[in-house]
Write a protein that binds this ligand. Sequence first.
Ligand code: SF4
Length: 127
Amino acid sequence: MDNPCLSCGACCGAFRVSFYWREADEESGGIVPSELTDHLEGFRLCMKGTNRSHPRCVALEGEIGRGVRCAIYDRRPSPCRNFGIFFKNGVWRAGIEELMRCNQARAAWGLLPLFPEPDRRKDLATA
Ligand code: SF4
């Protein structure tokens, strides 16, 4: 299995990506480019483009399902860092809830669901 995350990007085009404002505040050690964020209620920001009915993060480059990259990968906010990721050998690094959200996002873009390799499913159940 090739790494499906390198061509997918559906998770960056399906959910509101919100986080605590300090993640985009340089003086507090934040690393997320503030110009790519919108203010939400209270102390929360979100990535531009993700707070709408058909979200797509402004930092996502490429075509979902074909070939994508995050333009701020090293500076992406915590929800993106915490979201699951598939590795080339079929290992899913996260829990079952994240995998379900991954497949929910893929379905929204007409992409087939993904499952870990059979010999890795036991690891997922205990993750
Ligand atoms: S910051 Fe990068 S990883 Fe996060 S939603 Fe945007 S494109 Fe995706």
